[in-house]
Design a binder for this molecule. Structure first.
Ligand SMILES: NC(=O)c1ccc[n+]([C@@H]2O[C@H](COP(=O)([O-])OP(=O)(O)OC[C@H]3O[C@@H](n4cnc5c(N)ncnc54)[C@H](OP(=O)(O)O)[C@@H]3O)[C@@H](O)[C@H]2O)c1
Length: 226
């Protein structure tokens, strides 16, 4: 029997951090089994219990190492700083075959966070694809979603553009976007992630210019019903 989306297990590597914790909270709340990954299993266990407490114990969350989380999950989401994404991917790539990898890292290089700076591969997501190699579908998502909007039950006024290596992979990633309570759009092949990742520098610039912390984007003129 094919597994329904609610039975899939999601690993969030770097799930102890700001973005990963917010996503883990929303997916656990939606009924997914979530594995918080970390370089320190102890830190991961602490984060998992913090989220369980927020959800009043009604969800399935486990804290463990990044490697074990990636081993046990069907979908692996990376939410570590760009400076750590290569090392993190290298450490788990052997257990990713046949799985979906969702890259959440952005090539933001402090202190120039308001200036687009892309790696030679094109984008962080394309770099991730190069690192993990054949047999792993890679999507990019959540790059424009501020963590401040995630660890709440509020609606998020920022759409999620999903790019990826195949239509099926993007469809799977879009299910997770919807489960997190956000509006997602199929934004095309993984090469398009350069635009989505670059857009975050624009949003950070807008934050600075207009005195906010979570400027976002919304797609207009399109509907999910058409
Ligand atoms: N923050 C946002 O609003 C936001 C929005 C969109 C996209 N993003 C992207 O999402 C990613 C995570 O952002 P964040 O703000 O959540 O980052 P963060 O809180 O600074 O770090 C996330 C986790 O990454 C792990 N980590 C940190 N340094 C590491 C290193 N040198 N090597 C291996 N792991 C390391 C840590 O987990 P352990 O110490 O437990 O291993 C940490 O808890 C970034 O690439 C960021 O650009 C962030």
């Amino acid at each position: 029997m094919e597994k329904g989306p609610l039975l899939l297990t999601i690993a969030v590597l770097g799930g102890t951090g700001k973005e990963g914790k917010g996503l883990a909270y929303r997916w656990a709340k939606a009924g997914y089994k979530v594995l918080i990954g970390s370089r320190s299993s102890e830190r991961a266990v602490t984060t998992a219990s913090e989220i369980m407490e927020l959800l009043e114990g009604s969800s399935s969350l486990v804290g463990t190492s990044n490697l074990e989380a990636a081993q046990l999950a069907e979908i692996v989401v990376v939410t570590v700083p760009y400076s750590a994404h290569r090392e993190t991917l290298e450490s788990v790539k052997d257990v990713l075959k046949g799985k979906l990898l969702i890259e959440g890292a952005l090539p933001l290089l402090p202190p120039k966070m308001t200036k687009v700076q892309m790696p030679a591969a094109g984008s962080a997501a394309q770099e991730a694809k190069e690192i993990v190699g054949e047999g792993v579908e890679v999507c990019a998502a959540f790059q424009n979603t501020s963590y401040e909007l995630l660890l709440t039950d509020e609606d998020v006024e920022c759409d999620v553009l999903v790019t990826g290596t195949s239509k099926d992979a993007r469809t799977e990633a879009l299910r997770l976007v919807e489960a997190a309570g956000l509006t997602g759009w199929d934004a095309g092949p993984i090469e398009n992630s350069v635009v989505v990742e670059g857009l975050t520098s624009v949003l950070i610039h807008i934050n600075k210019q207009y005195g906010t912390t979570h400027a976002g984007i919304r797609i207009t003129g399109a509907s999910h019903n058409s």
